[in-house]
Design a binder for this molecule. Structure first.
Ligand code: NAX
Length: 328
């Protein structure tokens, strides 16, 4: 059996946490031969800490053979100690009447603190996934607050958008979701994202030619994927949790264990590819190997795609400008 690795999860007593922790502990994220120690962070608030205690009791009661330890924390400086993986799920949701600037600055403070704590105490190879919204900008803030860590170790979750796009395409074509390859989502995890199936194939056949309907792409597919989160809130009265947890598992598993050449979507700091300014935390098509991701290069960006990419980029640039004063 391998030596245990440390996995920190923030917002551990929340909805996504509840759908996520049991799957990490059962080996679905890092493999059925990889023991894990869970380092769980919640806010110091008594109700949150009590809820966390309850979740821990349930984790214990599963008697997972791979769960080598569980810790409850209220301070990122202890929660992130030596952690190899950090899933930053907890953030402050937008309250009624809250201005965007206020949301960005409250979350700015959280992710500056967590970035600094990772910088100070996490494993030097820690892999960080930010789920808490606004995910891309929160990941950017954490990355900028951790100057001693490799910026490429900070990522944001676009995988839920990717999986949503795949499921819409499977439904439209009547094919199996597992057979869809070379799909991607560019940009921000927000309704501005650009889900792009121009390069996608199903058993080697072009999805674009199979669908052959630009109006469906523009008027049905993109709005459906972009507004799927809102549709789930409208139907369930709560935001997506199990599908978000599933996407977080997919993202980390693929990053850690590799994709065997398959494309997946990750929000990562841009290296300047496709004209996206360096450091912008942007959804790109990537492949993963040996614990590292690599942007798929050489894709043609047509006029419609450039417009959509510029639109989601402008939103991210605006968010980045909105937090610049916090980062000094
Ligand atoms: P919940 O409100 O159920 O849980 C969030 C938990 O985080 C709470 O228990 C809270 O006490 C805790 N928390 C807040 N601030 C914290 C901090 N500074 N340190 C540690 N814990 C903290 O929300 P949930 O439904 O679990 O969603 C969590 C986040 O994921 C939200 O920001 C949500 O918007 C975001 N999402 C992101 C998605 C993505 O694709 N990137 C999709 C799903 C989800 O909407």
């Amino acid at each position: 059996m391998k030596a245990p690795v440390r996995v920190a999860v923030t917002g551990a007593a929340g909805q996504i946490g509840y759908a996520l922790l049991f799957r990490i502990a059962s080996g679905e994220m890092l493999g059925k031969d990889q023991p894990v120690i869970l380092q769980l962070l919640e806010i110091p608030d008594e109700r949150a800490q009590n809820a966390l205690k309850g979740v821990i009791m349930e984790l214990e009661d599963c008697a997972f053979p791979l769960l080598a330890g569980i810790e409850a924390h209220s301070d990122p400086m202890t929660a992130f100690k030596d952690t190899d993986y950090a899933l930053l799920v907890g953030s402050r949701p937008r309250g009624p009447g809250m201005e965007r600037a206020e949301l960005l600055s409250i979350n700015g403070a959280i992710f500056i603190g967590q970035g600094k704590a990772l910088n100070a105490v996490a494993s030097r190879d820690v892999k960080v996934l930010v789920v808490g919204n606004p995910a891309n900008t929160n990941a950017y803030i954490a990355m900028k607050s951790a100057p001693d860590l490799n910026p490429n170790n900070f990522t944001a979750m676009l995988r839920l958008d990717h999986n949503r796009a795949a499921s819409q395409i499977a439904a439209k074509t009547g094919k199996a979701v597992a057979d869809i390859e070379k799909l991607t989502v560019w940009g921000n995890h927000s309704p501005s994202m650009y889900a792009d199936y121009r390069f996608a194939t199903i058993n080697g056949e072009s999805v674009k030619s199979m669908i052959n309907d630009e109006a469906w792409n523009r008027d049905v597919f993109l709005p459906t994927v972009g507004k799927r989160g809102a549709a789930i809130i409208a139907a369930r009265g709560l935001s997506s949790a199990a599908s978000a947890a599933n996407a977080a598992i997919d993202h980390m598993r693929d990053w850690a264990l590799g994709t065997n050449g398959k494309w997946v979507t990750m929000g990562i700091p841009s290296d300047g590819s496709y004209g996206i300014p360096k450091d912008v935390m942007f959804g790109f098509p990537v492949t993963c190997e040996n614990g590292e991701y690599k942007i798929v290069q050489g894709l043609e960006i047509d006029e419609f795609s450039r417009e959509r990419i510029n639109f989601t980029l402008a939103e991210l640039e605006e968010e980045r400008a909105g937090v610049a004063h916090l980062l000094g």
